[in-house]
Design a protein around this ligand. Structure first.
Ligand code: NCD
Ligand code: ZN
Length: 349
């Protein structure tokens, strides 16, 4: 029998995940279903998923890609556009497999062109969401070309989020993939249904890891990695036992050629090793006892869902992350490819 330390937790929820579509699902869904029982699936396909019927058809394609020996529940979202009718919000609210609506400021990130330019134009839709209690998931960065990329999240909070909260205090919000001490402080001030997701890569890395000694495109994501002090604030928030902070990988697959390019796509493919990466971060903070709440309970609480009755186990045993994986007709580089991780999922061969 192994004497390695183990952590057993309810099967976790990934509260922010990109799965892509078509043949990509064979790689992405299998990777996430090994790690998570449920995941909130982002709608930034091309074309964007702006209607319930499209999101539900996408859900069927995801379910068809779940390996036979695994179970996985995709929690679908709609992509907010300036032309979305209020009736679509009523339909989404009535649909048990749709959990939220995603706000992408137009131009903020990958496949965000169909997003929102002027928040005023979507106010009737947001009012309806507030009435019904349908959560808004926010990519919190301004797109103003005059604002430095490292400041875009903090400026978004000042310019967009604070006025929005004043106008619609009842609107449930998840501020996605937060990256700054300013965002942590803002979330800690909020009451009601307001939460934030944290990625593994922002808990483990700062911008030096991306830029010192050579430019590493597999660390390039949006919002971009920030300074070390911000990472420390994020890790403290994630491990503090505060239910407003929970796990969302923002695993965002791009084929190797698209990442290792003169104009690299933003996104880290963390899904294949997600829990092992989060365990590494929590171990660094000496807070492994808070991992189960962060990974498996707080998102369930936010969405009013039961905690998963199935469990999974992490073992303190080192193993090497594969150098690459098949993806479409190409290869994809998983986060920390070729490196040794100190935690391993029990089911991993
Ligand atoms: C995401 C993607 O590739 O879809 N990229 C990323 O860097 N996180 C989009 C997003 O969530 O910003
Ligand atoms: Zn994302």
């Amino acid at each position: 029998m192994s004497s390695c330390p183990r952590i057993t937790l309810p099967r976790p929820i990934d509260a922010h995940l990109h799965l892509r579509d078509g043949h990509a699902l064979a790689t992405t869904v299998a990777a996430s279903a090994r790690q998570f029982g449920r995941a909130v699936v982002m709608p930034n396909l091309v074309p964007a998923l702006t209607r319930c019927q499209d999101a539900l058809a996408y859900r069927d394609r995801i379910l068809a890609a779940v390996p036979a020996e695994l179970s996985f529940q995709p929690m679908m979202t709609l992509y907010l556009t300036e032309t979305m009718p209020r009736a679509e919000i009523d339909r989404a609210h009535a649909e048990p497999d749709i959990y939220a609506v995603k706000l992408y400021p137009a131009g903020a990130t990958t496949h965000s062109d169909a997003g929102v330019r002027h928040l005023d134009r979507v106010m009737p839709v947001l009012e309806r969401m507030a009435e019904l209690g349908l959560p808004l998931l926010i990519h919190g960065e301004v797109t103003d070309p005059g604002i430095d990329i490292f400041d875009r999240e903090a400026v978004f909070i000042e310019r967009v989020l604070i006025p929005l909260r004043q106008r619609l205090p009842e609107l449930p919000i998840v501020l996605e993939h937060i990256t700054t001490a300013e965002a942590v402080a803002y979330v800690q001030e909020q009451s009601g249904r307001f939460a934030a997701t944290l990625t593994a890569h922002h808990l483990l890395h700062d911008r030096n890891d991306m830029l010192v000694g050579g430019m590493r495109p597999h660390f390039f994501c949006l919002p971009i990695l920030k300074r070390r002090e911000h990472r420390r604030a994020l890790l403290a928030a994630a491990t503090s036992g505060d239910a407003r902070f929970f796990l969302g990988t923002d695993s965002a697959p791009h084929a190797r050629n698209a990442k290792e390019s003169a104009c690299a796509c933003a996104g880290c493919f963390t899904a294949p090793t997600a829990l092992e990466l989060y365990a590494t971060a929590f171990a660094e903070a000496g807070a492994l006892d808070h991992l189960a709440d962060f990974a498996s309970r707080y998102a369930a609480q936010f969405y009013g869902l039961p905690v998963d009755t199935a469990e999974m186990t992490l073992i303190a045993e080192s193993w090497q992350v594969p150098h690459d994986l098949p993806y479409l007709d190409e290869r994809i580089i998983p986060f920390h490819a070729g490196q040794t991780l100190a935690w391993r999922l029990e089911a991993r061969p």
